[in-house]
Design a protein around this ligand. Structure first.
Ligand code: ADE
Ligand code: ZN
Length: 336
């Protein structure tokens, strides 16, 4: 009990970076209802409580269906601003000092919301968060993998005028049946244009998808990647290359990638020298933000304070911050 209290205080006090969070997945039901009312958009749930009751997922797709429906109420620049600024307030509460935020342009442009509306609202919140809350951030634009290669190319073209606001390109949505190889050419073009590269792989999909993300998309980080343990050679490669895996424990539990938090492999991966860190993925849907994820794994897997510090340190090491800033934050993790 004493240990648990001390671990919670340590988790709260450590500076942390978040590298895997979908801004549309931070949409709290209360804000969703508020924006829906303001925009005269119907939500097929009578109340916040009714909506929350629907958050009972059995796999990734059952979640994505609700997540895309929720995003439908976002229409105007100020909606994207409010959504994003609300996430930064959660970061502040958890001492997340830097965040690399995913957004899904196609979820909005396919409904007729201009790319410009989405990026301007999110980006203005990022600037205000830096000024008011002291939190730094980068934006990563994700292609929806259930859509076509051609649609991803279109999105890449739409992003061109805003490239200075977007550090990287990612790949998300329904994994199984949509391997990274489907997007090899568009990622090659994105890399040539100067974007950093990440991709969801090995969340529900097999280790082969992680190999493809590495070899075909040439990723700088793997998002999730927890199924890597099924392939010994892959494990050796991830360790040798210090390839970051942006692990999301509460997400894995809520989407039934694991049945119980005690089954989570983040501690085993950490012990074997894989570059893992903690992230919240879609915190409004999965029951918690950064620190809740830390508490859940610390309790279930009996993490030591050294493990906790290592995870916080890895979050900066694997970030896209300049080396000097990484080092500064990692030093602060040691001294906190
Ligand atoms: N989009 C939002 N959350 C996601 C996840 N966990 N996996 C794939 N796509 C997503
Ligand atoms: Zn994700």
């Amino acid at each position: 009990m004493q240990d648990q209290m001390q671990h919670r205080e340590l988790i709260q006090s450590l500076p942390k970076a978040e590298l895997h969070v979908h801004i549309e997945g931070t949409f709290e039901p209360e804000l969703m209802f508020e924006i829906a009312q303001r925009n005269h958009v119907d939500i097929p749930y009578g109340s916040v409580d009714d909506l929350k009751k629907a958050y009972d997922f059995h796999n990734l797709q059952s979640f994505l269906d609700i997540y895309y429906a929720g995003a439908n109420v976002l229409l105007h620049e100020q909606d994207f601003y409010h959504l994003t600024y609300a996430y930064f307030e959660k970061c502040k509460a958890d001492n997340v000092v830097h965040t690399e935020i995913f957004f899904d342009p196609q979820t909005h442009t396919d409904r007729g919301v201009p790319f410009e509306t989405v990026i301007n609202g999110i980006e203005r919140a990022c600037q205000d968060a830096k000024t008011n809350l002291g939190i730094s951030s980068f934006l990563i634009m994700c292609f929806l993998r259930h859509l076509s290669e051609e649609a991803a190319f279109e999105t890449l073209a739409q992003a061109k005028p805003y490239q200075d606001k977007i550090i990287g390109v990612g790949l998300d949505s329904s994994e199984v049946g949509h391997p990274p190889s489907k997007f090899e050419r568009v990622f090659s073009e994105a890399k040539a244009q100067g974007y950093l590269i990440v991709a969801h792989a090995g969340e529900e999909g097999p280790p082969e998808y992680i190999w493809e993300a590495l070899d075909l998309l040439k990723v700088n980080r793997i998002d999730h990647g927890v199924r890597c343990e099924e392939d010994e050679q892959l494990m050796a490669r991830l360790i040798a290359e210090k390839m970051p895996l942006t692990v999301c424990p509460l997400s894995n539990l809520k989407l039934c990638v694991i049945d119980d938090m005690q089954q989570h492999n983040i501690k085993r991966l950490l012990d074997q020298g894989v570059n893992v860190m903690v992230n919240s993925d879609d915190p409004a849907y999965f029951g918690g933000y950064m620190n809740d994820n830390f508490y859940a794994i610390t309790d279930a897997l009996d993490l030591s304070s050294q493990d906790i510090r290592q995870l916080a340190s890895n979050s900066f090491q694997a970030s896209f911050l300049p080396e000097s800033e990484k080092t500064e934050w990692m030093q602060k993790v040691v001294n906190s």
